[in-house]
Design a protein around this ligand. Structure first.
Ligand code: CA
Length: 231
């Protein structure tokens, strides 16, 4: 499954150029020409990453980012800023942006930043609840910041992939996530994993969080497709 990117850029020629490059690299790119359009597209479709120009008509990029985050959007957001505009960068990061790139930039640098953001999406996709907060996951409580899981008074450490997998599932309640998408998002460019790996991690997680691991109520298998989280 191709990663889907929303490119928010009002300079049409630049937007087309970026899209052409990213198409070649195997991304599926949609373009929004202003802030309002970006918000409406993001509310209708799921994107894995957003490239957001700061200077936009209708609604600027920082405001768009703040609104997306306020609505619970968790995908990485990469800002395009004016060269040396430190204020834009700080504002972007405070609004919930994950990275920024100053214009003009080399396409290679943009695609390297995108790849880096998509690799760490297992954390970027997580609910930003702040460090140390406990999240209920089935019969367990999880501290994603500390990589710890507690159940019935017993605490164990969570592996990075295991925590990333749980976070990814929990970030999309009620939605079936294909194994290939889980692999791409949690394992990224590790080419040594196979879809079966996901199944093994799922088994481990079920033992930790399901009230009855033999009859899962939270991590549901969807035959031939993947897994779904139910709260
Ligand atoms: Ca612009």
């Amino acid at each position: 499954m191709k990663p889907r990117i929303l490119l928010v850029e009002d300079e049409a020629a630049l937007a087309r150029g970026i899209r052409m490059n990213l198409d070649d690299e195997g991304y599926e790119v949609s373009i929004a020409g202003d802030g309002r359009e970006a918000l409406s597209m993001a509310s209708r479709e799921a994107f894995d990453l957003i490239i957001l120009d700061v200077m936009l008509p209708e609604k600027d990029g920082v405001a768009v980012c703040r609104e997306l985050r306020a609505k619970g959007a968790r995908m990485p957001i990469l800002f395009l800023t004016a060269l040396n505009d430190v204020q834009d960068r700080v504002a972007g990061i405070k609004a919930g942006g994950d990275d920024y790139l100053a214009k003009p930039f080399a396409m290679e640098e943009l695609s390297a930043r995108i790849a880096a953001q998509l690799r760490r999406v297992n954390w970027g996709a997580a609910p930003k609840t702040g460090g140390g907060e406990l999240v209920r996951a089935g019969a367990a409580l999880v501290d994603f910041a500390a990589f710890r899981l507690t159940r019935g008074g017993e605490t164990r450490d969570l592996g990075v992939k295991e925590a990333g997998l749980l976070r990814l599932l929990m970030a999309h309640p009620g939605k079936t996530l294909p194994r290939e998408l889980i692999l791409a998002q949690v394992w990224g460019d590790d080419i040594h994993v196979v879809p079966r790996t996901v199944d093994n991690f799922i088994s481990a997680l079920r033992r930790s969080i399901e009230p009855d691991p033999a009859a899962p109520r939270h991590i549901i298998s969807v035959r031939g497709v993947g897994y779904r989280w139910e709260d």
